[in-house]
Design a protein. Structure first.
Length: 382
């Protein structure tokens, strides 16, 4: 158990709530979830499903109708031919990380993962006893990865490479040429890729590119996507993995051993989410873009902060090296002294030192308030 890590966002939230309980006003920019409500058509589909009796166990791999819908949707968006047998529905995107690493890696194996990156990757790699090999995401490359560096990390012990685009925490987006170069670098080696595409619909500039679309990669790829971010459904616990059928079978068995199945009425709502109107996704994305622009422009006015314009997801990841402060100390000071909850870049791995992560999943008004507070704090303290 000592090898298992955690996600600091939840700890900072607890700290922020404790300050609020003492009467402090805190602007929450630490948690990565849309502040919007789930669209009404999806909620209606779920309540309807509850009344119709979708209150029982279902198949471990997911309801056939949802697996079919996901297969169609992924076939279209990733330009590959996906069948329902290749889809496993799970409670959120996270279980696909958990199950893939559990199924594929063990002592003696190496897993390459993005750093700074979603902390659960490193946590799970360490947990199963494999070696966690970080690939550094570099600010000078817009937080994409350096292909030569990746090539240098691959060896005959490499079992799995984890990609995440659009990326948490940097908002970096892999371009088509990156994806092609990564596939070229892997070549015909027997290495699996876990492609975490949970932010695939939240892109502000350019398009989403998936390694699954590249010829010859589908069989070696586990695609992770879900409903949490795209449809503001974090509390519903709905996600999925797409992988070759003989691996999907094992992941479904892990579901039988852990959750039995994903909530049946949530899955009926998932069909509506994918098949119903998509205008709420576009609206949410446009709103995140406005907030991103405001946040980045504001941060760049503050002494010691320098922030790139992220191309996707709903985070900004300013460089704070000029402040002379360590990331964790700065994040603590902003929470305690300025009433702004953000995360230290180091919450996403060692290469996050020198950065902070702010989520822009909050109102324009609160973002303005946070910028004023951080600006005032910087004037007084730096
Ligand atoms: C990169 C990444 N992958 C996966 C997840 C997990 O999503 P879910 O809440 O659907 O489990 C998150 C959530 O923050 C994330 O940022």
């Amino acid at each position: 158990m000592e090898r298992l890590g955690t996600e600091t966002a939840f700890e900072v939230l607890v700290k922020a709530r404790a300050l609020e309980a003492k009467g402090r006003d805190i602007v929450h920019l630490e948690i990565g979830e849309p502040d919007f409500d789930t669209p009404a058509n999806i909620i209606d589909a779920a309540t309807d499903a509850l009344h119709k009796g979708f209150t029982h166990y279902g198949p471990s791999a997911g309801l056939p109708e949802l697996r079919e819908t996901i297969a169609q949707c992924v076939s279209e968006t990733r330009r590959v031919n996906v069948t329902p047998e290749e889809v496993v529905v799970v409670p959120g995107g996270k279980p696909i990380i958990f199950f893939s690493i559990l199924a594929l890696a063990e002592d003696g194996d190496e897993v390459i993962y993005p750093n700074p990156g979603f902390p659960i990757y490193e946590s799970m790699i360490n947990y199963v006893g494999a070696k966690a090999v970080p690939i550094r995401l570099r600010e000078e490359l817009d937080f994409r990865l350096d292909i030569d560096e990746l090539a240098g990390l691959i060896n005959n012990r490499t079992k799995l490479i984890i990609l995440n685009s659009p990326q948490n925490p940097t908002g970096g987006v892999l371009e088509e040429r990156d994806i092609e170069a990564i596939a070229d670098t892997i070549g015909d080696r027997d290495i699996m890729v876990l492609s975490d595409e949970i932010y695939s619909r939240l892109i502000f500039e350019g398009e989403h590119h998936s390694i699954m679309s590249i010829d010859g990669m589908k069989e070696r790829c586990i695609l992770l996507d879900g409903f949490s971010k795209t449809y503001a459904m974090t509390g519903w616990r709905m996600g999925y993995g797409v992988m070759r059928a003989n691996l999907a079978m094992h992941v479904a068995r892990l579901m039988t051993n852990s959750n039995s199945c994903t909530a049946s009425f949530s899955q009926v709502a998932g069909v509506e989410a994918l098949r119903g109107p998509q205008d709420s996704v576009d609206k949410m994305c446009a709103e995140f873009k406005k907030r991103r622009d405001l946040m980045v422009a504001g941060l760049n006015e503050i002494k010691g902060f320098a922030c790139l314009l992220p191309k996707g997801a709903f985070y900004v990841f300013p460089n704070i090296k000029e402040t002379g402060w360590r990331s964790k100390k700065l994040a603590d000071a902003l929470l305690e002294d300025a009433g702004v909850a953000a995360l230290s870049g180091t919450a996403f791995g060692d290469f996050g030192e020198g950065y902070l992560r702010f989520s822009v999943a909050n109102s324009i008004e609160n973002i303005e308030k946070a910028l004023d507070r951080v600006g005032e704090w910087a004037k007084k303290s730096l």
